[in-house]
Design a protein around this ligand. Structure first.
Ligand code: FAD
Length: 473
């Protein structure tokens, strides 16, 4: 079993040999660039790895994995650094930094895209949109393709094209033995099953191959901002609309927030508590403009930012709200058994009355293409959830940690009786429930199958800084 040895216990010669084996840089705390290289998104974590291997290709990843395994080092893997539990870094151990591996190549004829393991969704969308193509990605352009896809992938296009991982055709992955394998439906198919949901448990993905679909370049974006006091009424209207809505709007969501003091918004609205309804029409923009009109009239909006815009603009529209390393955050989710009036009436006041104005509370529609994939087709698990509550607590001051985390946990705990306890593992708090939440979320059968894969491909649990699946001893 990997005992999480620290790099301070390794002899300097071994470190120098490792350094010369890499094409990319190996950074130590005294080196220029160390502090920017160790920065991750959640400002609550100030982790200081002893070594940062800035990988410059698959060969570097193989060297790093072999070094980590041979030395028994605590090892973190990072692409976009957006994991809110801070799993994309570690103290004292080795950080395998993939962020320099961000190449994207799109083949418009085969409608496939090759994406290196450290690319962000901004990197991906920019290249894919050259051809008017896209695949479901995240809502923020700086989020990594890696972490988001390996544990699911919820974006605006999910109603039409499913989770990000549903669009995977193959991956190249370096497993804990340092061997590079290709996994697809026809090659290492069980490993491919596990990669689609198993997070970073099974190895380091150096390259993703995705199916891409025609989208844009101009699409219709839905963004009426309703007053929070109209939240329950608007949620009911949205729920009823979605009951017969086509997949094109199946990536929609509602989100409680507070209008910031930002010149983007009229000054008289600053500080207003709102509930935004957001989504895209995954089809022709004019058709979308007509089809989405009823969702802009569910109450009188305070503001309405809906309109036709470029797909890349939509994919980065919320970026400014999520600066890297600035805020403290605790993100926790729960799949809901339904979205009836009682649930709505419980969510509305609690989501309005948040301890921090930076905090967002949202409900994501999880039907359409997402729900049509059988639960055992990928490791991700059952797709029968229908709706997801996401409590995204964000605040500024360390002195407020307890207040904000405590509030999120209490809200989450009280909503559990509207759920079978499963969470989206990319929004799983700080992982404090450990194996229990992970097992529940995958479902027992998928979890047991993942344990077998973990035992085969990572028997020493080298990749343990994630929603960890422990190998059989
Ligand atoms: C501001 C913000 C917005 C978000 N928006 C969305 C959203 O719209 N939709 C959504 O579904 N999720 C969203 N998330 C959640 C996001 O999917 C997870 O936080 C995810 O872990 C981020 O991936 P990353 O590569 O950026 O993170 P990292 O911190 O770099 O990586 C997280 C973990 O993923 C694994 N990993 C990453 N890359 C690789 C790789 N190439 N090979 C093997 N393992 C790897 C590692 O285990 C690592 O610990 C958001 C998070 C934040 C903070």
């Amino acid at each position: 079993m990997n005992n999480g040895r620290t790099a301070g216990q390794i002899n300097a010669d071994a470190i120098e040999t490792f350094r010369t084996s890499l094409r990319g840089d190996l950074l130590e705390p005294q080196d220029d660039g160390y502090d920017s290289a160790r920065l991750i998104w959640n400002g609550m974590f100030d982790k200081r790895p002893a070594l940062i291997a800035r990988c410059d290709g698959t060969a570097d990843v193989i060297e790093a994995v072999n070094f980590a395994r041979e030395q028994g080092l605590l090892t973190a893997v990072r692409s976009g650094g957006h994991n809110s539990a801070g799993s994309g870094s570690c103290d004292d151990g080795l950080l395998i930094d993939l962020s320099g591996m961000n190449g994207v190549h799109v083949n418009p004829t085969t409608r496939r895209a090759r994406v290196q393991g450290g690319a962000t969704w901004g990197d991906f969308d920019r290249e894919a949109q050259v051809h008017g193509l896209a695949t479901p990605g995240g809502l923020i352009s700086a989020t990594g393709v890696g972490g988001l896809t390996l544990a699911g992938g919820l974006g605006w296009l999910r109603g039409k094209y499913g989770l990000s991982l549903d669009n995977l055709i193959s991956v190249d992955i370096v497993n804990a033995d340092g061997v590079l394998r290709t996994a697809s439906e026809s090659e290492n198919s069980e490993l491919f099953w596990g990669v689609r949901g198993g997070g970073g448990n099974l190895g380091v993905v150096t390259s993703f191959e995705f199916a891409v679909h025609p989208i844009g370049p101009t699409i219709m974006f839905l963004a009426p901002l309703y007053r929070a006091e109209d939240g329950a009424k608007v949620m009911r209207g949205w729920r009823d609309f979605m009951a017969s809505a086509p997949d094109e709007i199946g990536g929609s969501m509602i989100e409680f927030s507070t209008i910031p003091e930002d010149p983007e918004f009229p000054e008289e609205t600053w500080g207003s508590k709102i509930m935004a309804l957001a989504g895209v029409w995954a089809g022709p923009a004019d058709e979308g403009e007509q089809a989405l009109q009823p969702l802009r009239e569910l109450a009188e909006p305070l503001l309405d930012f809906s309109g036709q815009m470029s797909y890349c603009e939509v994919q980065s529209i919320y970026d400014a709200m999520f600066p890297k390393g600035v805020h403290r955050a605790y993100f926790k989710s729960l799949y809901l058994n339904g979205f009836d009036d009682q649930i709505i009436d419980e969510i509305a006041p609690r989501a309005t009355d948040r301890p921090s104005d930076l905090t967002l509370c949202s409900v994501w529609f999880m039907q359409g293409a997402v729900s049509r994939v059988p639960g055992d087709a990928t490791a991700f698990g059952n797709r029968d959830m229908g709706w997801m509550l996401s409590i995204d607590s964000i605040w500024e001051d360390a002195a407020d940690d307890e207040k904000n985390i405590g509030w999120s946990r209490a809200f989450w705990g009280d909503m559990k009786h509207y759920s079978d306890g499963r969470a989206y593992l990319n929004f799983a708090g700080l992982g404090e429930e450990g194996e229990e939440l992970v097992r529940t979320s995958y479902g027992a059968a998928n979890y047991d199958r993942l344990v077998e894969l973990k035992t085969q491909y990572d028997p020493s649990n080298l990749f343990q800084l994630n929603q960890n699946i422990k190998p059989r001893i």
